[in-house]
Design a protein around this ligand. Structure first.
Ligand code: TXA
Ligand code: MG
Length: 338
C-alpha cells in the first residue's frame, strides 16, 4: 500500500523501456496490454484495431456496444478524435493529465468501433507515469489512442493493483505493466460535452464543483438522454457476497441481528462493532481520498473471506463522498447475484 492521503503517486518500480517497447509492439499488432493509471488499471488495445478492440470485449466479457474510453497522451492527440471546443479546452487545461474523461462529438471517419458506434468519443489523458510513458511511445510509433476499460470482468469491482488484474482475468491475463497501487482508486470523472450543455455522467475524484468552477456554469446530471455508460448500470462494481450499506446509527443492531441468525459477517466501519470468530472487522478511513483509494481492494478482500454478508457503514452524504457513495450503491445493487 502507498502512504496516506495527500501523497504524490505511490512508489513503484515502474516499467523499463524494454517493457514499454514490447507493450507498444503488442498493441500495434492488435493484442491487448494491461497498464496502470492513477484511477484503476486499464485493459488496453489500439483504439483503431478491430482485433484489439474485439479482444477487450471478449476478455472482459463486456457486452458489445458499451463504448470504451480512448486514452491519449495530450490535447494534440485528442484533436485527432474530436474537435476541441472552448469548454473542452478549459477542462483539459485545468485537469489534464488527470482523472477526467470528456465525451466529445467524434470526428466522422475515426474508429467508430471502440466508441460502440456512438457519434461521440470518450477521451482521457491519464497522469500515471507508466501510462504516460506507454502513450507517448504508442503515439510515437504512429498510433492515435489506446482504448481501455478497467481491467476487470464486466460488472465486477475494478482493479487497483496488478494482483487484482490477475485475480479477475486469470489465464486470459495479458502483459501487465507494473505501476503500484492506484493513487485515486475510483474511475475517472466523466463529463459529457457533446450535447450543448455539460453533464456529469460518472462522479470521480475531480468533483462536480471543481468542474463547475472552471466552466463557470452548472453541470447537469446524466438525464434521460444519457448514452450507455456501463458504470451507470444500477448493478455494477459488484461483489459475489451480498453487500449491505447500513447507516452508522443502525450498524450495531444490524450486526447483532446477523450474528443471532448464525451468519458470518464482514464489517467495514470506522469503529469495531463487536468481536468474535463470526465477525471480521476492517477499519474504514474517515477521509474520502483515503477511503476511495482503499475501496476496491477492501471490497475484494472482504469478498474473499467466505462470509455470508458484507456490511458497509454508509459514508456521510457530503459532496466529497459522492464518488465513493455512487460505487457503493451500485455494489450493493449487484452484490450476491453470482
Ligand atoms: O478511470 C477510468 O476511466 C478507467 C481507466 C482505465 O482509465 N477506465 C474506465 O473504463 O473506467 P470503463 O470502460 O470501465 O468505464 C468507462 C465508462 C463506461 O461506462 C463507458 O460506457 C463510458 O465510460 N463511455 C466511454 N465512452 C463513452 C461515450 N462516447 N459516451 C458515453 N459514455 C462513454
Ligand atoms: Mg469499468
Amino acid at each position: 500500500m502507498n502512504a496516506g492521503a495527500g501523497t504524490a503517486a505511490p512508489a513503484h518500480p515502474g516499467a523499463g523501456s524494454e517493457q514499454i517497447a514490447e507493450a507498444v509492439r503488442r498493441l500495434r499488432a492488435g493484442a491487448v496490454v494491461a497498464f496502470p493509471t492513477e484511477t484503476v488499471y486499464g485493459l488496453g488495445a489500439d483504439a483503431e484495431s478491430a482485433a484489439g478492440v474485439a479482444a477487450i470485449y471478449r476478455i472482459k466479457r463486456r457486452p458489445s456496444g458499451h463504448p470504451l474510453i480512448v486514452h491519449v497522451p495530450d490535447r494534440a492527440s485528442a484533436e485527432y478524435w474530436a474537435e476541441i471546443g472552448p469548454r473542452a479546452a478549459a477542462l483539459m487545461a485545468a485537469f489534464w493529465p488527470g482523472p477526467l474523461t470528456l465525451v466529445l462529438t467524434r470526428r466522422p471517419g475515426v474508429a467508430a468501433l471502440a466508441c460502440g458506434n456512438e457519434s461521440t468519443v470518450g477521451l482521457r489523458c491519464p497522469s500515471h507515469p507508466v501510462a504516460r510513458q506507454l502513450l507517448a511511445a504508442f503515439v510515437a510509433s504512429g498510433g492515435h489512442g489506446i482504448a481501455a476499460p478497467s481491467a476487470n470482468l464486466f460488472g465486477r469491482v475494478s482493479p487497483t493493483s496488478v494482483a487484482h488484474v490477475f485475480d479477475d482475468l486469470g489465464a486470459e491475463t495479458p502483459l501487465v505493466l507494473e505501476g503500484g497501487d492506484s493513487e485515486h482508486g475510483v474511475e475517472s470523472t466523466i463529463v459529457d460535452l457533446s450535447r450543448g450543455f455539460p453533464a456529469l455522467l460518472r462522479p470521480g475524484s475531480i468533483s462536480a464543483a471543481q468542474i463547475e468552477e472552471v466552466l463557470e456554469e452548472p453541470l447537469e446530471g446524466p438525464g434521460a438522454a444519457a448514452p450507455r455508460v456501463a458504470g451507470a448500470l444500477a448493478a455494477h462494481y459488484a461483489t459475489a457476497t451480498a453487500l449491505e450499506l447500513v447507516a452508522p446509527e443502525a450498524l450495531a443492531q444490524r450486526v447483532a441481528q446477523c450474528l443471532e441468525r448464525g451468519e458470518r459477517i464482514a464489517v467495514w466501519s470506522q469503529r469495531n462493532p463487536g468481536a468474535g470468530a463470526a465477525l471480521t472487522w476492517e477499519p474504514a478511513p474517515m477521509e474520502p481520498v483515503a477511503y476511495a483509494r482503499r475501496l476496491y481492494a477492501t471490497l475484494r478482500r472482504l469478498d474473499a473471506q467466505s462470509v455470508n454478508r458484507i456490511l458497509v457503514e454508509e459514508p456521510p452524504a457530503a459532496a466529497q463522498w459522492l464518488a465513493v457513495r455512487d460505487r457503493l450503491g451500485r455494489a450493493q445493487a449487484g452484490a450476491g447475484a453470482r
